[in-house]
Design a protein around this ligand. Structure first.
Ligand SMILES: NC(=O)c1ccc[n+]([C@@H]2O[C@H](COP(=O)([O-])OP(=O)(O)OC[C@H]3O[C@@H](n4cnc5c(N)ncnc54)[C@H](OP(=O)(O)O)[C@@H]3O)[C@@H](O)[C@H]2O)c1
Length: 246
């Protein structure tokens, strides 16, 4: 089997105006992608990125929670080989916080229902591709609940489960389905976390390495790798380690 190669591919990255999404666009552009749809909910925020790669990037207005945006997107795009469901939000909300229900609903809306509706809408195009891939950005907190980000962890667990379901259902299609499970990465989302944080480009590079080698789980940094190893020894070992970090 020939595994996914980004060269000459058409890609779409959600939440591409900053952080990990922006890094994915840059790494794609520097790896020979033919065209990149850079999606963001405010097109003005994409101007610096487009100025760097004006020939291959096309801006797309996309709030992943907005069904009208998703419908318009389908009309704008004629071909797609790679979908990167990256857009996400995180609140420092414990599962027992008074406002946990309200926060959890917002996070699920963006982090789970968003990629779900974007993927369903773009699946017909991906199925037409000779070599396609769907990359879902979950989190190591989606593998085991990180209590300081309790409701966020639940939304990322939903992304992980969705990724598994997609992979099973698309097994007979030419579509690789990959889950990415980062630890803290140096973006606005992890601003308050005082620890070693790799640059977002590392997440993109590790993801494309995994796609090229046919691996389905991406642990893109030392922290996520160590935590996943603990999980593989025993799921409760990671649960306990995360609880102790509270
Ligand atoms: N950084 C980490 O430590 C870390 C670790 C594990 C997983 N992740 C995951 O990695 C992904 C990227 O996060 P990041 O670190 O790059 O965070 P970030 O710098 O906060 O960027 C988040 C991106 O998502 C976009 N976004 C938020 N809500 C959206 C919506 N409803 N529709 C479309 N775009 C939306 C933001 O757009 P605006 O500029 O318009 O807000 C921004 O472009 C997320 O799924 C996150 O959960 C991050």
């Amino acid at each position: 089997m020939n595994y996914f190669d980004v060269k000459d591919k058409v890609a779409l990255v959600t939440g591409s105006n900053r952080g990990i999404g922006e890094a994915f666009v840059k790494v794609l552009a520097n790896s020979g992608a033919k065209k990149i749809y850079a999606a963001a909910r405010d097109l003005d925020n994409l101007k610096p990125l487009i100025a760097q790669y004006p020939d291959i990037i096309e801006a797309v207005l996309l709030d992943v929670t907005n069904t009208e945006h998703v419908q318009a997107l389908c009309k704008q795009i004629g071909q797609l080989d790679l979908l990167i469901n990256n857009a996400g939000i995180a609140n420092a909300c414990h599962s027992t916080a008074e406002n946990a229900l309200e926060i959890a609903k917002t996070e699920m809306e963006t982090n789970f229902f968003g990629p779900l509706q974007v993927t369903l809408a773009l699946l017909p195009l991906l199925k037409q591709s000779k070599q396609a891939a769907i990359v879902n950005i979950s989190s190591i907190a989606g593998i085991s609940n990180f209590p300081a980000l309790g409701t966020y962890s639940a939304s990322k667990a939903a992304v992980h489960s969705f990724t598994q379901g997609l992979r099973a259902e698309l097994v007979n299609e030419a579509i690789q389905v990959v889950g990415v499970y980062p630890g803290p990465i140096d973006t606005r989302m992890a601003e308050g976390m005082e620890m070693d944080k790799p640059k977002p480009e590392q997440v993109a590079r590790k993801t494309f390495e995994a796609l090229a080698e046919g691996r389905v789980d991406v642990l893109p940094d030392d922290f996520s790798e160590q935590m996943y190893a603990a999980y593989l020894q025993h799921p409760h070992q990671l649960e306990k380690a995360f609880a102790e970090m509270m």
